[in-house]
Design a protein around this ligand. Sequence first.
Ligand code: ZN
Length: 318
Amino acid sequence: MRQGIDVELREVGLRDGLQNVDTFFPTVAKIEWLKAEAAAGVPEIEACSFVPPKLLPQFTDCLEVLAEALAIEGCEISALIPNLKGAERGIAAGVPVLNYVTSVSETHNMNNVRRAPAESVEDFARVVELVQSQPEGKRPRLAAGLATAFGCTLEGPIDPKAVVKLAELFVAAGCDEMSIADTVGYANPAQIKSVTKMVLDAIPSDMPLALHLHDTRGLGLANMAAGLEVGITRFDACLAGLGGCPWAPGASGNVIMEDAAFMLEAMGLRTGIDLDALVKVREIVEINLPDKALGGAFAQAGAPKGFRPASQLPAAAE
Ligand code: ZN
């Protein structure tokens, strides 16, 4: 965790948000978005996906975007990889964090990458091997993302034991960090607490664990608060709540970055994010996706009178 930050928010709009948008978001605008959000203090941004461009044409400009993103100081850049081939591309591009995503739901994973979850872990083990064969200083950190961990549009409820089992397999295969995802917005706060606790108990105590939450049914922030209660301090979020999953019908909306940052700052938890600067970044999305309704209660209502964000309060002794 970076000094002076209590909770780390990672912007996933350029990946999760845009992968569900048919309109091609211009490369220069993607770069503008990245730079503006990094300047607003967002500590980590997932910049793109290495899913084959013929499946997701939105990411044909991945390398151009990454070249600019990796030059930004003070913001960690990550990218999604669906398989070994994606890892090869990610390593060649010099991305410091690669997120390998697998669904806990067997059916969802079959639809997504045409493999059973356990087979995905075997593929991931080959990714680990590939990373370890790289010269020192060129080895990205590998994050395992457990999608549909709280429910699946194709299978319905997901057994928490299956989540734990997959988490253990990824740890054994050599992941450096992990995230568990409510890909289609099925989770409730009680479930977030119980499943997250089970995963925390199953993985090494020093392994970073993040939550990736969707606001499909309006429980995104409540779920984030539940995650905080069990000790999670890393969350994915998306500017204006863009996002979804092309393989999960009905899935929409990541937890909204502006609202998440406001909630955390209001709770006295420093995100390092300048809320006014963050809200301004919405203009870039508005201009380039004129037909898309942007979500965001904080952007609509503004700050309450007398509001002082935690990041602007005198620093407490660290
Ligand atoms: Zn997502």
